[in-house]
Design a protein around this ligand. Sequence first.
Ligand SMILES: NC(=O)c1ccc[n+]([C@@H]2O[C@H](COP(=O)([O-])OP(=O)(O)OC[C@H]3O[C@@H](n4cnc5c(N)ncnc54)[C@H](O)[C@@H]3O)[C@@H](O)[C@H]2O)c1
Length: 328
Amino acid sequence: MKKRFCGKNVLITGGLGFIGSNLAIRLVDSGANVTLLDAMLPDYGGNLFNVEPIRNKVNINYGDIRDDVAMQYLVKDKDYIFHLAGQVCHIKSLTDPFPDIDINIKGTAVLMEACKKNNKKAIVIYTGTRGQYGPATKLPVDEEVLPRPKGIYEISNLAAEHIVKVYNDIHGVKSVMLRLTNIYGPRAQMKHDRYGVVNWFIRQVIDGEPVKVFGDGKILRDFLYVDDTVDALMMSAVSSDAIGEIFNVGVDKPTSFLELAETITTVAKDGKWEFAPFSPERRAQEPGNFYSDISKIKKTIGWCPKTSLTDGIAKTVDYYRKYKQYYW
Ligand SMILES: NC(=O)c1ccc[n+]([C@@H]2O[C@H](COP(=O)([O-])OP(=O)(O)OC[C@H]3O[C@@H](n4cnc5c(N)ncnc54)[C@H](O)[C@@H]3O)[C@@H](O)[C@H]2O)c1
């Protein structure tokens, strides 16, 4: 797959964030010419240290996806556009819905319109969330399940996905739409607990605090390591069978929050966990058990996760023990 990106021009929106920066490192290693667009909004996931290993090998543009003039220019000549910029905190969307509406919905429309006007040859990969489904009506959850999103963040991702699909189907901007599960690994921001749960548990262990497991810890989720996520992004970009399709990107083996806390404390050889009550806002948005059916993406493009939870956690703990001063 590396060869497919060699010499290609790639734009990553949200490229200084968690998934975008891990993707950028792999693309540079594959010989791609990579441009990162990131508005570096305070409290979001952008961090220049994320691209330290490739700092001099990428173009960084501190722009905003809502800026249509900038986007008209940036999409030109790109072979692949990975659209990862967004307001990504579902808890924040409970108190202020407008960044989700403005960035995730309008920003996506600005990007797709720029592609329609200036570059219909680019392939766009959009990353939505498993949260779009809302509470699971059956397990595992496949792409045929009717989405019933529970919050504005989730609604904004679903709306953005529909926008991308319309530009694919009606305007000929070839696109792939991914619904990501809970992603964890190096380069995610750890400044607050309103973000990825695996990374937050790891921070608690590194800080010497007990890992707080909400409720009875029995709720099931699937947790996917970021390198596997990057594989899914790259493989779906180069597969002609993926164009116009929606795929779950997750793990078909669920893990409970309690197992997760136990695995982290065991792998880190440190720390302990304790039960804690849900806060009212977390309780309000908790959709219950969820894990992804990934048969469609397996069958269509041959992707499946390779990293065990234990290995992924070990790599993540090592990274933050080394570099925590850049993330706390
Ligand atoms: N991390 C996960 O567990 C997860 C799960 C499901 C879906 N996703 C989706 O994947 C994508 C990437 O997530 P992530 O975890 O890397 O998040 P992240 O917050 O680390 O990265 C997003 C980046 O987008 C940038 N950004 C935000 N608004 C912008 C704007 N208006 N213009 C330009 N840049 C802007 C931020 O500065 C940040 O660097 C998001 O769309 C998110 O919804 C992530």
